[in-house]
Ligand binder design. Structure first.
Ligand SMILES: CC(C)(COP(=O)(O)OP(=O)(O)OC[C@H]1O[C@@H](n2cnc3c(N)ncnc32)[C@H](O)[C@@H]1OP(=O)(O)O)[C@@H](O)C(=O)NCCC(=O)NCCS
Length: 185
């Protein structure tokens, strides 16, 4: 199966894809679902909260109609908890106006390592108006490989986020500009 089999669709109304996203999350994070911070109910609560917040949008990848990967994002305004949770302020450009925060990204095992995640990521940014994008990563995940992947996509470290709960890891906050060609007027 080649990546040509993959099609992408964008959604701005969570109710259209809520079950699809929860199903995808359960598949992508199957090995971690027993951990408190990764429980399906915890994800669903977070998703519902994010789905009701400004600028929510998701890109879902399909292989012949079957969902195989996803990402979703929100607009975050200056002063948003995304920024106030950092141990020190990020560079000013990120907080001077709205930014887009990518809150989840995942691809089912079969389709990893083939560039599908980057296509989903780029598609998600393509419909945005915010000039800067940000995401958080567990710097220890995969011995640092996930963070390295995001660095290859152009992200750099802009801060650290203290764990939100005793079960959560410390996260590295990363950011990059959204290319002009992606920005919608
Ligand atoms: C992150 C992700 C979307 C990237 O997909 P991709 O571009 O196809 O990249 P790959 O899956 O090949 O990942 C790149 C490398 O990171 C490793 N990696 C990716 N996610 C990992 C994770 N959660 N834990 C440990 N290692 C991970 C892969 O094993 C791979 O290592 P390799 O090059 O030695 O094979 C995909 O790996 C995924 O869905 N992972 C699980 C969910 C996740 O971790 N999401 C990110 C949260 S910040």
């Amino acid at each position: 199966m080649t990546v040509e089999a993959i099609t992408l669709r964008s959604f701005t109304d969570l109710s259209d894809v809520r079950e699809t996203l929860i199903g995808l999350y359960a598949d992508v994070r199957a090995e971690l679902l027993h951990l408190p911070n990764y429980k399906l109910t915890t994800f669903a609560e977070r998703l519902d909260r994010h789905g009701a917040e400004p600028g929510w949008e998701s890109t879902i990848a399909y292989e012949h109609g079957k969902a195989v990967g996803y990402a979703y994002a929100n607009t975050i305004e200056p002063g948003n908890r995304w920024w106030t949770r950092l141990t020190s302020p990020p560079p000013n450009v990120y907080t001077a106006g709205p930014a887009v925060a990518i809150k989840e990204i995942g691809v089912v095992q079969k389709w990893r390592g083939q560039g599908v995640a980057q296509r989903i990521h780029d598609d998600l940014l393509e419909s945005r108006t915010e000039p800067y994008a940000t995401l958080c990563v567990n710097g220890a995940a995969g011995g640092g490989k996930v963070q390295e992947l995001y660095e290859r996509w152009g992200y750099m470290t802009i801060g650290r986020q203290e764990p939100l709960s005793p079960d959560a890891p410390q996260l590295t906050c990363m950011g990059r500009s959204v290319p002009q060609r992606f920005l919608k007027p």
